[in-house]
Design a protein around this ligand. Structure first.
Ligand SMILES: [Zn+2]
Length: 321
């Protein structure tokens, strides 16, 4: 027979367990109802310089180029790709069925520059989702031409640091990649909305910017090109960096080392703008990984041994706790 004292201890122990289980259930349910864990961030690679970044209930797209048109001729297009072939003189057309499959709720869209592989799908996505777009004057004028209302557009020139509901974004003046053996230079801008329709080549650069996004517990530095202005990123200390790593990075003096040193050696490095974006999702990117990512990982290891490089896979979510 149990004495009264041991019954009392057993009862209070049971009450303690019930209370503990109750608290755990409450926390789990609250997390489920409020979205993901507030401290983690999800990044989904959309190819080219494109990302979907989600924290809590906020979804931000960066340079979403999803149509991945079969553009030009030569080695970059695939014989197995039986879609229509485009030339840069053709009018741009979004592949709306692929976009509809991939994109649903979006709150903000950030655009690094106005070339077709960064901006051309934004008119369709902005009008479908009502997302606010942050970009240069040229980016916003192109979007106005496509009928996106002015109040949906945030025109920036670099240097702004804006607070939104759940995150802030610093706009960083930057430079475009040094294409064509450093011969690339394009000063064209749209100071008014251009006449539609736009050919692929009408998506002019219109200046380049980078973004520092700050969420509750993570900050992300994103780039749309293989270039940067060192003094503009000096001392930023993001914990996640999304640098462009296409071949044109090799035109820049000490690209990887200077980039990582200036940003205080970010913990997580996820390369962008390295894939062959003239083939659809699902086609092999192994050639691009071997030629660009593997040498880049070596550069990171030498410059910043404690940084972790994550090779992104199209449309797969990377969660950073
Ligand atoms: Zn470009």
């Amino acid at each position: 027979m149990k004495d009264n004292r041991s019954i009392k201890i057993l009862t209070s122990f049971r009450a303690y367990i019930y209370k503990f289980v109750g608290i755990v259930c409450f926390v789990c349910c609250a997390q489920f109802l409020c979205g993901q864990d507030k401290s983690s961030i999800d990044l989904k690679y959309l190819g080219c310089a494109g990302w979907e970044i989600t924290q809590g209930n906020t979804t931000v797209l960066i340079d979403p180029y999803i149509s991945r048109l079969k553009l030009g001729s030569g080695k970059s297009i695939s014989k197995e790709d039986n879609r229509r072939t485009f030339s840069s003189d053709d009018y741009f057309e979004s592949d709306t069925s692929v976009i509809d499959e991939i994109i649903s709720k979006v709150d903000y869209i950030l655009v690094h520059h106005s070339h077709f592989d960064h901006l051309s799908d934004v008119p369709y996505i902005a009008s479908k989702t009502g997302a606010r777009v942050i970009g240069t004057v040229t980016t916003c004028n192109i979007l106005e031409a496509y009928g996106i209302p002015a109040e949906q557009l945030v025109r920036v020139k670099g240097g702004e640091d804006y607070q939104f509901e759940n995150f802030s974004v610093r706009i960083i003046p930057s430079l475009h990649s040094a294409l064509k053996d450093k011969q690339y230079f394009d000063s064209r801008t749209y100071t008014e909305p251009p006449a539609l329709p736009l050919r692929i080549k009408d998506f002019v650069e219109g200046g380049s910017i980078m973004f520092l996004l700050r969420f509750d517990s993570h900050s992300v530095l994103s780039a749309g090109s293989m270039n940067f202005i060192e003094r503009e990123i000096q001392g930023l200390s993001p914990d996640i960096i999304l640098p462009g790593v296409n071949f044109s990075r090799l035109e820049i003096f000490n690209y990887t080392e200077r980039l990582l040193r200036a940003t205080n050696y970010p913990k997580i490095v996820i390369p962008a703008h390295w894939d062959n974006y003239r083939v659809p999702y699902g086609f092999s990117q192994q050639k691009a990984i071997d030629a660009k990512i593997i040498p880049f990982i070596k550069e990171v290891k030498e410059a910043s041994p404690d940084s972790k490089v994550i090779i992104p896979v199209h449309l797969e979510t990377i969660t950073i706790e």
